[in-house]
Write a new protein. Structure first.
Length: 367
């Protein structure tokens, strides 16, 4: 009888152990599924942040905020090397500590992490200690993980997460953190092109206008505040002739006066750039084609009544002496741009039309 009871108890214990193992596996499976869902959600949030009409720095800040919220990270800092210096691109740490955070690459333990492309975990044992890289602060961070960041095997900076609790990352799932790091790198890689565009924008010498690249950065953020806009490209069709007949200086003066006239008569809500050579672009943000028709007609008529002279001929005009003046002629083409589509494709289409048009064509065309 006793043996039977013992056997029964053993069977029950074994059954409970097996049941607990099954439950544990299911819980672990649910946790993995939940983590995957969270990761997918973060990736989607990252993509949404990339698609927003904001600067590169704003996008990186938004991404860092997403990491802090979704993964409940106490402190998160993204530092990027721009080719000249290390800069904190995003952090929820007080700014007075940013100088320290942007110089972690000089700390020996992190130098090894960078050279080996492996994360570095540092922590303290009690609240009276401080982390090796901390200079002025004692109470903020007690444990941290340093992740070097690489794009196509090229080192570009690092991501640092910190906690105010000693040994807080001892049992952290490094696989998840590696996934997060990979997402950060993907985002940084995606916005590199935008950053390059923002960096090469220049102001044209003669027109005083931004160059074409402005349209793809800050200009696009203005345009994309609206669902649809009208893009107008116009060309001074006789600029080459003016250069030959009068002089290059006269041609430059035509560009200057045309640019000045348009700028004075254009709303600040619109974007006006010198696109290339004799071509200019006006983006009528939030206005449809019929809404700009009368304005463009009046603008073209007024500009073709300009009589451009060189500045050093002003005295001759006052003395009623005979002076040379140039009269610019224009060809206009307009098209609709829809937010979320390729602005560069619209501009390419407009440019192709103007380049293929006859040399004497001077119209306003909608395409």
């Amino acid at each position: 009888m006793l043996i039977g009871v013992v056997v029964a108890l053993i069977v029950v214990v074994i059954g409970l152990i097996i049941y607990n193992l099954i439950i544990h596996k299911k819980i672990q499976s649910f946790r993995n599924i939940n983590q995957k869902i969270t990761n997918l959600s973060v990736v989607q949030d990252f993509m949404n942040a990339i698609g927003e009409t904001s600067s590169v720095n704003d996008k990186i800040t938004k991404i860092n905020d997403i990491l802090i919220e979704k993964y409940e990270i106490k402190y998160s800092t993204i530092v990027v090397f721009d080719g000249a210096e290390y800069k904190v691109k995003a952090s929820n740490v007080d700014r007075r500590h940013w100088d320290s955070l942007s110089s972690l690459h000089n700390i020996d333990m992190f130098k090894d992490s960078i050279s080996s492309a492996t994360p570095k975990y540092v922590t303290v044992n009690n609240d009276s200690e401080r982390l090796p890289y901390q200079q002025m602060e004692f109470g903020r961070a007690k444990s941290a993980i340093f992740f070097p960041l690489y794009i196509d095997n090229v080192y570009i900076g690092y991501w640092l997460i910190e906690s105010g609790v000693p040994h807080d990352f001892d049992n952290v799932d490094t696989t998840v953190l590696e996934v997060i790091k990979g997402n950060i790198v993907s985002v940084l890689k995606t916005v590199v092109h935008q950053k390059t565009i923002e960096s090469i924008v220049r102001t044209d010498l003669y027109s005083g206008l931004y160059s074409e690249e402005y349209l793809y950065g800050a200009g696009k953020r203005i345009i994309d505040q609206y669902t649809t806009s009208t893009i107008c490209m116009f060309k001074i069709i006789n600029l080459e002739e003016i250069n030959k007949k009068y002089s290059r200086e006269m041609g430059n003066e035509v560009v200057t006066q045309v640019s000045t006239y348009v700028s004075k008569n254009l709303s600040q809500d619109y974007v006006f750039v010198r696109y290339m050579g004799p071509k200019f672009v006006i983006a009528f943000s939030g206005v449809d084609l019929p809404g700009v028709a009368d304005f463009v007609n009046d603008l073209k008529s007024a500009m073709e009544n300009l009589k451009v002279t060189l500045p050093d001929q002003d005295d001759d005009i006052e003395e009623n002496k005979e002076v040379e003046f140039a009269v610019p002629k224009f060809n206009f083409v307009l098209s609709t741009y829809y937010k979320g589509t390729g602005l560069e494709e619209v501009l390419k289409k407009l440019e192709e039309y103007l380049d293929k048009a006859g040399k004497t064509e001077s119209d306003i065309t909608n395409i």
